[in-house]
Design a protein around this ligand. Structure first.
Ligand code: DP6
Length: 322
């Protein structure tokens, strides 16, 4: 009744923003991501007959409130399909500093889904595990399969799942996570999703997504890095335009965010190809080719306001460790 799993964070190239069904976390369109080697969560789940409520510990501290409720939602689903009624003790820790401003919900809920299913004696397919992870956090769906991943939006719990497009070795690109603000984000992504359709730009975003997903998949298939980079940077800016024009407006950027975005444009003029993509926060994920990793990292670290960089290489998905 006990199992431990490990899962990577992931960076989305096509972003999930807004829900067709907020309870099931069903998105409006497919999204595409890459798992990150440099940021992972390890989680142990133990079902214990003497517990009368689930207990959650993150890095040694007890988690209460919404965080604990989201964990119980995933555990309730596992209890429902396994018939096991026991409550669980969940202990989890992140390989990256929790205060680094990097989302831990994707790696956290992916590791939870794999560990809880195994602890309950279930042997679920990768596709089923990705649907279970989704109940805790949408982006966690994509941290189950390996490498480069597509999340199929679907229209029900069973049909909204992720699958691997390519193994981690497929393409030597890296994500240099550029930390400019290590504080917890001011507006959670869960709240942000609920505001998406208050932006007048949101219908235009949704209308463009199918074609954008196809274009990014084509650039991936052709390993056309400049095309890929242009597409993912535009997609991320489109997402942030939605955030900024929501009611109320959500502005995640800091002055150092803009400094990084401008620097990348200058470096591209010089022929050093690096592109940005950003989640719900001020930090910038800088995507570049493996051969340019050192040059880009050195330049990023020299910019004013950059606190540190964390390297993410394409990585395997969630798996059991014990
Ligand atoms: C901007 O998966 O964090 O990072 O389901 O409420 O946990 P919840 O939201 P979450 O949203 C991710 C938003 C994003 C884009 C992405 O990763 O696709």
């Amino acid at each position: 009744m006990k199992a431990t799993a490990e899962a990577p964070a992931n960076i989305a190239f096509i972003k999930y923003w807004g829900n067709a069904d907020a309870n099931l976390r069903l998105p409006h369109h497919n999204t595409i991501s890459m798992n990150l080697s440099g940021a992972k969560t390890t989680t142990t789940v133990e079902f214990v007959s003497s517990l009368d409520a689930d207990e959650v510990f993150l890095g040694g501290s007890k988690v209460d409130g919404t965080g604990a409720e989201r964990v119980s939602k995933v555990l309730d689903h596992i209890r429902k399909i396994s018939g096991n009624k026991q409550r669980a003790r969940v202990t989890t820790h992140n390989s990256f500093p929790t205060a680094a401003g990097i989302a831990s919900s994707a790696s956290g809920f992916a590791a939870l889904a794999v560990a809880a299913a195994s602890a309950a004696g279930l042997s679920l397919t990768e596709q089923e595990l990705s649907t279970v992870a989704r109940l805790g956090s949408g982006s966690a769906t994509r941290s189950i399969p390996d490498g480069f991943v597509e999340w199929h939006a679907g229209s029900s719990h069973e049909t909204s799942f992720a699958e691997s497009l390519y193994a981690p070795e497929y393409w030597d690109i890296v994500d240099i996570i550029t930390v400019v603000d290590a504080d917890q984000k001011k507006v959670s992504s869960t709240l942000g999703h609920s505001l998406a359709d208050t932006s007048l730009l949101y219908p235009a975003r949704l209308a463009s997504m199918k074609e954008k997903v196809e274009s990014v998949k084509r650039a991936l298939a052709e390993k056309d890095f400049p095309r890929f980079g242009e597409l993912i940077e535009e997609e991320s800016l489109n997402l942030h335009a939605i955030m900024m024009t929501s009611r109320p407006s959500v502005l995640y950027w800091s002055p150092a965010t803009v400094r990084v975005l401008q620097a990348l444009r200058e470096w591209r003029q010089e022929g050093l190809l690096a592109y940005s993509t950003m989640d719900a926060g001020a930090n910038v994920h800088v995507i570049t080719r493996g051969e340019d990793e050192t040059a880009v990292t050195q330049r990023l670290q020299a910019l004013k306001g950059v606190e540190k960089t964390i390297l993410g290489k394409p990585a395997a998905g969630a798996h059991l460790v014990k």
